[in-house]
Design a protein around this ligand. Structure first.
Ligand SMILES: Cc1cc2nc3c(=O)[nH]c(=O)nc-3n(C[C@H](O)[C@H](O)[C@H](O)COP(=O)(O)O)c2cc1C
Length: 215
């Protein structure tokens, strides 16, 4: 009897595990479009924070372009990125939180690695537009890559490195007529870290909402 119960439990666990695994799919991003856009001075004139979003989803091409602008590889030979990073640590991970699930941007593979099939958007912020905006980026510092500095300096440099990425997102959005806001107001960072399955040493720094402007 005990053996039978054990087998049933193993079977149920396996079904649940494989159902979960099947539903979590990585997404291969289209090659980013790295030409065009508005001239830099025009883009700077239009850079701004917006807090009203349409729920309309962005096409995958635009998501790919956005992530390349944010922190993609712009020099294939060295693997260096569109944003500078302290000592070239490249320690900032970008989590892409969508209605369909949460993903980790992999700049090398130009893909989104599936992290959670849940809609975690509301966990990324406390402001009213956050749960319905199509994209919330979460910038996470991998402190294991930040060698040889104090923990205070790790936070300082992570903040600076996220700032560059965030500004790239602001400029991309200004160029493409998208709305964005970088956010310190995240809410329960511990709960979000758990939902994103962050290991120890991975610290949530800031979030950034992106979408089409409302109306
Ligand atoms: C580090 C940082 C954190 C911010 N956090 C928030 C936030 O949590 N929520 C928000 O609505 N705006 C936030 N902002 C946006 C600022 O309020 C905004 O940049 C400022 O009002 C100036 O407006 P502008 O970006 O249009 O020039 C933040 C900006 C920075 C740089």
């Amino acid at each position: 009897m005990r053996m039978k119960l054990f087998s049933v439990a193993v079977m149920m666990f396996s079904i649940a595990y494989f159902a979960e695994a099947q539903e979590l799919r990585d997404i291969s991003l289209p090659v980013p479009k790295t030409d065009g856009g508005k001239p830099l001075m025009q883009t700077l004139k239009e850079r701004q924070t917006s807090r009203a979003y349409s729920p309309k989803k962005l096409p995958l091409q635009l998501v790919s372009d956005l992530l390349w602008a944010a922190d993609g590889i712009n020099r294939a030979n060295s693997g260096k990125r569109t944003a500078p990073s302290t000592m070239n640590w490249q320690e900032i991970d970008i989590y892409v939180v969508l209605e369909d699930g949460a993903f980790l941007f992999d700049a090398k593979k130009n893909s989104l690695k599936a992290v959670s099939k849940q809609d975690l958007r509301k966990m990324t912020g406390t402001q009213d537009f956050v749960p319905t905006a199509p994209i919330n980026l979460v910038f996470v510092a991998d402190t294991a890559k930040m060698k040889g500095v104090s923990s205070d300096d790790q936070i300082l440099y992570a903040g600076a490195d996220v700032g560059f990425i965030s500004q790239n997102v602001y400029l991309f959005c200004a160029s493409e007529g998208l709305a964005t806001v970088v956010r310190g107001l995240i809410g329960d960072k511990k709960a979000l870290a758990d939902a994103l399955k962050l290991s120890d040493g991975k610290k949530i720094i800031l979030a950034q909402t992106v979408g089409y402007p409302a109306n």
